[in-house]
Design a protein around this ligand. Structure first.
Ligand SMILES: [Zn+2]
Length: 194
């Protein structure tokens, strides 16, 4: 379903349905909905995606994992349709937060900005994921490299073997930048319980 330019510019945060991007949702990309939710990751994603312009302009090099800088994942969200979508459960935007796989099969993990559920869809194997990522970032100084180790369980991602990359909700430096930008001020969701 193409909502047209007006629909794409939707930028509101509500508990019912959350759509923050102007990017077109790829209609044929079907995300599987998982039972597991990650409210802490949702909170970070909402703040980050809504302030992505300021982050790209002023804090592009904030580290998020190994040698990955925040600008890499923001640019990938904007450029690569495989990392965006719509939650079949609540209709909110989904952003890809994990990539990984074996030689010939792979999975993109996403998190719903509305209901915080984790979602996934199949994609080619790790070599083709890495090649796509490299292509999308080629004209930028930013890189994202799949690592040959499992995603840490603390990151809330779905498990996969082989090579992977995942965004964690526990990023003190990024959280500090977002706080400085006032990104959590209008936070409708309660802070994650510990
Ligand atoms: Zn949802």
């Amino acid at each position: 379903m193409d909502l047209g330019p007006a629909g794409r510019q939707e930028a509101r945060v509500s508990q019912a349905r959350v759509c923050v991007g102007e990017a077109t949702v790829e209609a044929h990309l079907t995300w599987r909905v998982h039972a597991k939710r990650d409210p802490a990751l949702r909170r970070l994603l909402r703040a980050l995606y809504q302030h992505r312009r300021e982050i790209l302009a002023h804090y592009p090099a904030v580290p998020i994992a190994d040698e990955t800088e925040i600008a890499a994942i923001i640019l990938l969200w904007e450029r690569w349709e495989s990392l965006r979508g719509r939650c079949p459960e609540c209709g909110s935007d989904v952003l890809g937060v994990g990539l990984g796989g074996l030689l010939s099969i792979g999975v993109v993990t996403g998190c719903c900005l509305g209901c915080a559920r984790l979602l996934s869809h199949d994609i080619g194997g790790a070599p083709s994921i890495q090649s796509a990522v490299t292509d999308w970032l080629r004209d930028t100084p930013y890189r994202l490299t799949l690592m040959s180790r499992p995603t840490p369980p603390s990151s809330g991602q779905l498990a996969y073997g082989g090579w992977g990359w995942g965004l964690s909700a526990a990023l003190p430096e990024l959280t500090a930048v977002l706080e400085e930008l006032g990104a959590f001020d209008s936070d409708a969701a309660p802070p994650p319980s510990r």
